[in-house]
Design a protein around this ligand. Sequence first.
Ligand SMILES: [Zn+2]
Length: 340
Amino acid sequence: MKKFIVDTSDTYFLDKIYDDIEKLCENYIKLLSKNVIGKSVEGRDIVALKISGEIKDEKPAVLLVGGIHAREDFSVMLCMKMIDYYCNYYEAGKSLDGFDVKNIIDMTDMYFVPVANPDGLNIVHNGPESSSNYNKLKNMKIWGEDHTYWKANANGVDLNKNFDDGNWEIRTCVPGTDVPCSDRFKGFAPDSEPETKALINFCNKNNFELMVTYHCSGNCSFWADIGTHDMFNGLDEKIMDELNKKYIYRKTKISQDPKVYGCGFENWFRARKKRPGFCIELSPFVEGGKQHPDYMFDELVWQHARSTGLFFAEKAVKVHSEIHDDTEKYAALTRDEIVR
Ligand SMILES: [Zn+2]
């Protein structure tokens, strides 16, 4: 077997991540390809990686996203390490946690956006002074003890509240977060941020059957909201129940109030792409948005979550066949009516 490239023994800095992306693409030249899907506020590349295996025909596609929230390092580490392991295991013809890696990758196109908010990650690791937007950032409130609590992008917008899922007007910001700050400001307009736009354009260009966005913390999963749940005819819950049996990610209740849940990426994906979207909260819950130390990644996240990407890739095939094979039943889900 080849040596692994991604090292998650401690903090995974942005320079190293970008380096590793290049190394991974060189090392797995037949399996892995890279695509820059947009630029951040500070002009950093927002990178998508595609594992498609040796079969190049278009296949059911799954999208896995990390690092929308800056401080949630574990979500980035997980995506990068899954890419490394899945390519490695594919070549070696090995199984991972009971999943036949080669078989799954040959059936699907797995897309990753490991760092959806690179500027935010830089702020978490190196402080707001290291941002080219520092003049704006220095006056923004940090909710938490220091810059390691930063959650937003370099405009002080919480990207996971910036997506126009139809709830923009009613989506509320809790008092104090209705201006740019480290956490929870939804932005001055829907889809205003370059990182938001990059994800939206990427989803509009690809027919993802299913999307997963990784966050921290809580070891649980947000899998449905009341505005879209009905359109999936129970398919979202079926997938969730299976996830629940296999993994530690507890099933939460269906999100009830669009004032509170609206404008997240997963909500947007369900509403606009009419496909299931899952938000997985990695690692045990910590109060107040504090994060576990990075060196605990392997113990708190990797050993539990490492095959979730394969799990969801398999489910993307299922969504594809259920939705496309039964056009009558799933008429409401056809892509023709998707206008955005
Ligand atoms: Zn988050």
